[in-house]
Each structure stands twice: as structure tokens, then as C-alpha cells.
Design a protein around this ligand. Structure first.
Ligand code: NAP
Length: 227
């Protein structure tokens, strides 16, 4: 374990037995919302996952230079949103690892917690997955785990299907798409709504909404100045 890594429930106590299938839910989660939670739950049920580990990205590789909320805020919101689901956990591995958060490093690190036969599925959104063959060590990654790619309703999937088909040529696991109607919700839209003073209720869990307002996340600076 690297210095600064948070301990997951069993780290240091050997492998976690009896877990056959694990989903790693990768995303920036700025903020986490019901679209993400429904995606994780749909994937859990459809692929019979024993566990879904949410992995907030430390520095999303394709977003270097883009302003995102602090690691602490995104971690806190992810923990709060997932608290009530006994199948959900949150990992700090990418938040505590220096440098860009490459999926290959995350998958290899978290795999060590489970038996060799445990199947790992990386769950993420279509816009991220469409670039999958450009991800660091993509061909190795495709041999390490399966992919569950969540699409928004109404999104054209032609190009995505073509890219995933190409990815399958290098993969020894399943690469599947799931349509998640709740993904009509988006983090970008939530941030815009907060900035423009529009409601966000029912788009994300109440405790996350409270956290957003209490910490002043996504508010325009001049809104705070008016108070
Ligand atoms: P993003 O570009 O912010 O998101 C792409 C789209 O997918 C957005 O519409 C987003 O919706 C949605 N989305 C993101 N994560 C999702 C999830 N887990 N379930 C359902 N929808 C999701 O992508 P990102 O969040 O920065 O990156 C996604 C993951 O891919 C991260 O874990 C990142 O580290 C990984 N990634 C790895 C590499 C690499 O290893 N080289 C390269 C690129 C991405 P919202 O905006 O509403 O979340």
C-alpha cells in the first residue's frame, strides 16, 4: 500500500472471500447524482455484482487543466450518496494516488483485494468509454476487466458501438452497454443549475444537495458576495 492510501475494509487483512463479481464505478462525480446511483444499481442487478466500488477520479486523465471540485468535496458527496446501499463502497485509491488517475492502475490495485477468479467490471459513461482505446495501456486494461458502459436515453450509439466492437477484439471479457433512463441527469447540468439559482431537488440525494449548498459548491463568486 502506498503512503496516503486509505485502507479499504479488508486491506491488510488478506483477500475478501466469497466475492465473485465486482463493479468499479469510475467517474469524476462532481457532483454524484441519481443517474450514477441508478447506473450502479442497474449494473449490480443485471450483472449479479456482489459489490460496487465507487472510485472518484483524482485527476481524470482527459480533464487535466479543467477546473473540478476538490477531492475532499467529491469524496464526501460520494460517501454520503452511497451510505444507505449495503452493496456500495467508496475507494480513495485514485484520490490518494499522485498523478493522473489511469484506470489500469486502479483496476490492478483493487484487484489485489479479491481472489484471482473474481471478475471485475469497470462501469462508466459512454462519453468516457468511447475513447477507451486511447486510455493508458488500453489493450492490457481490456484483458484485466470487463466494461459496462452506461448510455443516456436518446443518445446515438452508432459510433460507440463501433468503438466498443473494436475494443472487443482486444478483450477477453464482456464489454456491454446498458441504457439508463435516469442518466438524463448530468453533473454538468446540476452545476449550471446551482450557478443560475435553479432547483436541483430530486436530481441527487438530499444529503448531497445539502452539502452542495452548505459548502457553496458551484455557486458563482458574485452570488456569495451578494450575501
Ligand atoms: P466524463 O467525461 O466526465 O463523463 C463522460 C460521461 O459519462 C458524462 O456524460 C458523465 O456524466 C458520464 N459518466 C461518467 N462516469 C459515469 C458513471 N460511472 N456512470 C454513469 N455515467 C457516468 O468522464 P469522467 O467522469 O471524467 O471519467 C469516467 C471514468 O473513466 C473515470 O473513472 C476516469 O478516470 C476514467 N477514464 C480513464 C482514462 C484512462 O485510464 N486513461 C481516460 C479517460 C477516462 P456526468 O457528467 O453526469 O457524470
Amino acid at each position: 500500500m502506498q503512503q496516503g492510501d486509505a485502507m479499504s475494509p479488508s486491506e491488510g487483512f488478506g483477500k475478501r472471500p466469497g466475492i465473485k463479481r465486482v463493479g468499479l464505478m469510475g467517474g469524476t462525480f462532481d457532483p454524484i447524482h441519481y443517474g450514477h446511483l441508478v447506473t450502479a444499481e442497474v449494473a449490480r442487478a443485471k450483472f449479479r455484482l456482489d459489490l460496487v466500488i465507487f472510485v472518484p477520479a483524482g485527476i481524470p486523465p482527459h480533464k487535466r487543466g479543467v477546473r473540478i471540485s476538490s477531492r475532499t468535496d467529491r469524496y464526501m458527496m460520494t460517501v454520503m450518496a452511497t451510505l444507505t446501499n449495503p452493496y456500495f463502497e467508496v475507494s480513495r485509491t485514485e484520490l490518494d494516488r499522485p498523478g493522473p488517475s489511469y484506470a489500469i492502475d486502479t483496476v490492478r490495485h483493487l484487484k489485489k483485494e479479491f481472489d484471482e477468479e473474481t471478475e471485475i467490471f469497470f462501469i462508466t459513461g459512454a462519453d468516457a468509454a468511447i475513447e477507451i482505446l486511447t486510455w493508458k495501456d488500453a489493450k492490457d486494461l481490456l484483458k484485466e476487466c470487463g466494461f459496462i458502459v452506461a448510455t443516456r436515453p436518446g443518445c446515438s450509439t452508432g459510433e460507440l458501438e463501433r468503438r466498443l466492437m473494436e475494443a472487443r477484439l482486444h478483450s477477453t471479457h464482456c464489454i456491454c452497454m446498458v441504457e439508463v433512463p435516469a442518466l438524463a441527469i448530468s453533473s454538468t447540468d446540476i452545476r449550471r443549475r446551482v450557478e443560475q439559482g435553479e432547483p436541483i431537488r430530486y436530481l441527487l440525494p438530499m444529503n448531497v444537495e445539502n452539502y452542495v449548498y452548505k459548502t457553496g459548491l458551484y455557486q458563482k463568486k458574485c452570488n456569495n458576495d451578494k450575501k
